[in-house]
Design a protein around this ligand. Structure first.
Ligand SMILES: [Cu+2]
Length: 335
């Protein structure tokens, strides 16, 4: 009898002490940004485990650049053609047990990293396979009717964007249909890089999009990350070599929060805002970025070992925006 009383009391105490934990296991019903009613476990965060099936692979995304289908025109110029398909019905497991309806360009958040050289002609064959209107709005220099704002593309519709790649640097692209916050927060964004004609010095290059997800639709982010999956690069450190130039193209696409930042441990980096200048703006271990602010970071590690990188806004790093560089001696190169 006493055992039963103690057991009952213990369970009751568990509910009293950890009500959020128990509550968190139960899917709740929410009204989404667009008015749909869905069930999600919402704000569950587990820094120990990653989703069992990560459909989006941050390790692959990190160093993957899309140069398009290349052809040389009669006048000698390079034409780069890309096909980008928008969808808005995908469900992605962002963190264990947390499923979120991502809206995607070519199936992923962020979309593919589109890369061209200054002066190339970039042609985007955009197809909207979603249920809502979408567009592609690229930052950079182009004609007014290529801006992806006043020509919304309906479900099943298509549009061809075309321009001369400029200026040199790193630019975001994203959907520009209202409500804009909703279309961006759901994942319709990516990175567009314009290389200088003479290129940049050889480096181990990677892309990091700083983003987050509001999984309970209260216009506050529940999760933060570099490249979508919270804690991913903490569990899977990014392998780099000492004495090798590392170049990171970083873009802040976080909605709802006014700022984000990038702090590097055991080192400092040269920072080129928007990547438009060849002279670094600063040498630092910490930059702060507002929405769509971006730039290029360059650094080398001298000493091997594990180094954290994360938002210095601690709330963001504790909710997933944290990773590790594993620097190995160049003699024992990891490729
Ligand atoms: Cu959209």
């Amino acid at each position: 009898m006493l055992t039963i009383i103690i057991a009952t009391f213990s369970v009751a105490l568990l509910y009293f002490v950890f009500p959020e934990m128990i509550e968190a296991q139960t899917a709740k019903t929410f009204v989404t940004h667009s008015g749909a009613i869905i069930k999600t476990t919402g704000d569950i965060l587990d820094p120990v485990y990653l989703p069992q099936t990560v459909e989006f692979d941050p390790q692959k995304y990190l160093r993957e650049f899309s140069y398009g289908r290349v052809s040389i025109l009669d006048d000698g110029r390079t034409l780069r053609e890309f096909t980008i398909i928008a969808e808005d019905d995908k469900i992605m497991e962002i963190s264990p047990g947390v499923f979120y309806n991502t809206w995607t360009f070519n199936g992923t958040v962020p979309g593919p990293t589109i890369r061209a050289t200054e002066g190339d002609i970039v042609r985007i064959h955009f197809i909207n396979n979603g249920k809502r209107f979408h567009t592609m709005h690229f930052h950079g220099i182009h004609q007014a009717n290529m801006d992806g704002v006043f020509e919304p593309v309906g479900p099943g519709g298509q549009f061809t964007y075309e321009w001369n790649a400029a200026p040199v640097g790193i630019h975001p692209y994203h959907c520009h249909v209202m409500p804009l916050e909703e279309h961006i927060a759901h994942g319709l964004y990516g990175v567009y890089i314009v290389d200088p004609k003479d290129g940049r010095p050889p480096a181990d290059e990677m892309v990091m999009v700083l983003n987050g997800f509001d999984t309970d639709f209260d216009t506050e982010n529940n999760f933060y990350a570099a490249n979508s999956i919270p804690f991913y690069y903490q569990h899977h450190p990014i392998q780099i070599n000492t004495d090798q130039l590392i170049r990171i193209y970083v873009v802040n696409m976080l909605e709802f929060d006014p700022i984000n930042n990038f702090h590097l441990h055991g080192n400092l980096y040269y920072y080129y805002p928007t990547g438009t200048d060849t002279v670094p703006f600063t040498f630092t271990d910490m930059i702060t970025l507002s929405q769509s602010e971006r730039g290029i970071m360059e650094f080398e590690y001298t000493y091997p070992g594990k180094y954290l990188f994360h938002a210095h806004k601690v709330e963001f790093s504790e909710k997933g925006w944290v990773g590790i560089f594993l620097a190995k001696n160049s003699e024992a190169k990891v490729e």
